[in-house]
Structures are given as C-alpha cells and as structure tokens.
Design a protein around this ligand. Structure first.
Ligand SMILES: NC(=O)c1ccc[n+]([C@@H]2O[C@H](COP(=O)([O-])OP(=O)(O)OC[C@H]3O[C@@H](n4cnc5c(N)ncnc54)[C@H](O)[C@@H]3O)[C@@H](O)[C@H]2O)c1
Length: 354
C-alpha cells in the first residue's frame, strides 16, 4: 500500500439545533458584519438566519441560482463591498454555497456554510462559475468555508423527491472516491460509511420526510461524502454528469441519480474491490454494485432514465463525444462507442446486469 494524504476539512458543528451556534461561530471568526447568501426560494430561511444574529448581520442577498453565473457573483461582491461585509454566510444547497465560493474567490472573505441539501459542496475547495454559457471549475483553498453548521432540522423542508436525488448525488461522490486514482484508506472508510448511512436512511426520509432521526443520518452521510469529494479525484460519472448538466441543461441531482448505476456498470470490471465495498455499504453484499445502486434509486422513487428528465435521444451521440474529448483518470479506459452505449442504457433506464 502507498498513498499521500493531507486533510483539509472545515470546522463542523453537527446536530439538531446546530444553527443556534451561529453567533458564537461568527465570533470565533471575528466577524461582525455577515452577508447572508441564499436562493430566492430560500429567502425566508435567510431572514430567519438574520434574525438570529441581529448584531452581526450586515444584510441579505438571495439571488443565488444553479451554476453560479459570474453576473450574480459580481452583484453579490458589489453588495458585500457596499455593506462592508467581513464574512459570508451561505444557507441552502450547492447553489447558495457556490455563490459564496464565487464571492470568496473575488473578495477573500471567510465564509460559514449552512447546508440544506446533501450536495456536499460545503466540504470542498472546488468552485464552478458560468460565463457566457460555459461552466468552468477550479480548486482554491480560499473558497473552502471556515465553518459548517449541519442542522438536520433545516432539511425537513426538502421534498422527498429532492432528498432522494440529492442523496444519490452524495452517494456518487463516495462511489467514485472508492475507485479514485488517488484513493487513500481514510477517505475510503469515510466513503463506505457515507454510502451506508445514506442508503439506510434515504428510504426512511422518502417514506416520512419529517423523520428527524433519518434526516440526521442522511446529513451525516452527506457530510462524509462531501469530505471525500474534496479530497480525492472524481472520474467518469462526474464527467458525464458535468457534460449533461453543462451542455444539455439537465437537472444536477437527478442526472447524478440516473447516471450512477450505469457509470458503475462501466467501471465495475476494472474496479472489483471498490465495487465489492460499494455493494457491502449498500447492504447488498451479494448483488453487483451497479444493480444495487439502480435498485436503491427505484426504492426511492427517483428518476431512472435520462428520457424522463428531459434528455433528447438525438443528443446522446454528441454527449458521448464531449465526455470522451478530454482525457481524465478512470478505472476503465474511456471509449466513445462504449460511452454511447452507456448513455443509451441510461436514456432508456434499463437495470444494469448483476
Ligand atoms: N463545488 C462543489 O464541490 C459542488 C458539489 C456538489 C454540487 N455542486 C453544485 O451545486 C449545485 C446543485 O446543488 P443542490 O443539488 O444542492 O441544489 P440547489 O442548491 O440548486 O437547490 C435546489 C433547490 O432546492 C431549494 N432548497 C435547498 N434546500 C432546501 C430545503 N432544505 N428545503 C426546501 N428547499 C430547498 C433551493 O433553494 C433550490 O431552489 C450545482 O450547480 C452543482 O454543480 C458543487
């Protein structure tokens, strides 16, 4: 065995009621004028956060949207400067966190993240920005939040449908971490635990979105999956989802849900140990990892085909070409014709074989 490992994990306050720690956590950062960032849909949550920190809040900016357009980042930076903000507080999913990252990159302000989905962006130094229709991503430690408050109570309002797809999005990080080129034993342990926690709790959340214990287990799993996303390289699955989201405008979490079993089927013969660990973590040690992931999505009532989430069949060929264009590390060599077959199966929503 040989590996290189360097931990870079923000301070985490986890548990029901963790939001109450915000004033103290801001004090720890020496922040007195926080700018709260969120989406238009979560304006009320942003106002509730502001109400908790009356003496430490400079203002609210609730214009975050998917894929972080540079124009919105510029507006938020302007607001931060105008208000003389000394800290950012992002409440919401990957879109709110993503906006805070864009602003942090520009202004170097420290940030606190309060995630309300399972996307995991709050644990990574990875940012994405969209300019003139093209999304570029990068890594920069300045965008990594200083502190993250994980409060499961804030996820109670996440619909069963979004919980299912967001949870599968988190599982996808852990799946690819287990066969990553730069995998390491610590991240692999966290990845297995993340898959196990989410796959046990997600069916309970879908059945009863107000189940607080299940919400807590899901958020714990999402934290683990977010950590591994920030520490090891992703492969084919994330590349395909990035292509489908960026060039064909498919919804982020739902795309991850549909593609994951098929990307796993593509890689499984070249990543046998990882596949076994994934099956075990899913509680299906005797089933292949790919069909076990498909079955989990089915149990959750999540979308199973690209056709059902807005992909056009005529676009599959160009998606395969785009995803095969730039080289990247993956257990199985990237082959455009095989990628097309993968996408065709994902389009139709067929269950991968054991
Ligand atoms: N940089 C990274 O490391 C990283 C990691 C994962 C995802 N991302 C990015 O994050 C984005 C997707 O994030 P997402 O899947 O969290 O979606 P999102 O943040 O876009 O949220 C989806 C919708 O759900 C709403 N919402 C969020 N939490 C809610 C709650 N608890 N109750 C009710 N409504 C709620 C949001 O306001 C939004 O309208 C993508 O742009 C993706 O590229 C980045």
């Amino acid at each position: 065995m040989s590996f290189v490992f360097e931990a870079s994990i923000p301070r985490v306050v986890f548990g029901e009621g963790a939001l109450a720690a915000l004033p103290v956590e801001l004090e720890r950062l020496g922040a007195r004028r926080a700018l709260i960032l969120s989406t238009p849909a979560q304006q009320t949550s942003a106002e509730e956060v502001a109400a908790r920190i009356p003496g430490q809040c400079a203002g609210i900016f609730c214009e975050a949207v998917m894929h972080v357009p540079v124009e919105i980042v510029a507006q938020a930076c302007h607001r931060a400067r105008e208000l003389e903000a000394d800290c950012l507080v992002a409440i919401g999913g990957g879109s709110s966190t993503g906006l805070a990252k864009g602003v942090a990159l520009e202004t170097e302000l420290p940030s606190v993240a309060i995630p309300t989905t399972y996307a995991g962006s709050e644990m990574t130094p990875i940012y994405g920005l969209t300019e003139a229709g093209a999304k570029r991503t990068g890594r920069d430690q300045r965008v990594l939040p200083r502190t993250v408050l994980y409060d499961p109570a804030l996820t109670l309002s996440l619909s069963a449908e979004l919980s299912a797809t967001s949870g599968m999005n988190a599982i996808a990080h852990a799946v690819e971490a287990l066969y990553a080129k730069n995998a390491n034993p610590i991240m692999s342990l966290m990845a297995e635990e993340g898959i196990a926690s989410l796959s046990r709790a997600l069916p309970r959340v879908v059945q009863d979105p107000s189940d607080r214990a299940a919400r807590s287990d899901c958020l714990y799993g999402a934290w683990l999956c977010g950590v591994v996303l920030g520490h090891v390289g992703m492969a084919l699955h994330h590349k395909l989802c990035h292509t489908l989201g960026g060039s064909f405008n498919l919804p982020h979490a739902a795309t991850h849900t549909v593609i994951l079993p098929h990307a796993m089927a593509y890689n499984a013969p070249f990543a046998r140990e990882a596949a076994q660990r994934i099956s075990r973590a899913l509680g299906q040690p005797d089933r292949g990892a790919a069909p076990a992931l498909y079955d989990l999505a089915q149990v959750l009532g999540a979308p199973l085909s690209l056709a059902s989430i807005g992909m056009r069949e005529e676009a599959l060929e160009s998606a395969a070409r785009l995803a095969a264009q730039t080289p990247y590390a993956n257990p199985r060599p990237i082959d455009e014709a095989a990628l097309y077959r993968l996408l065709k199966e994902a389009f139709e929503g067929t269950r991968p074989k054991d």
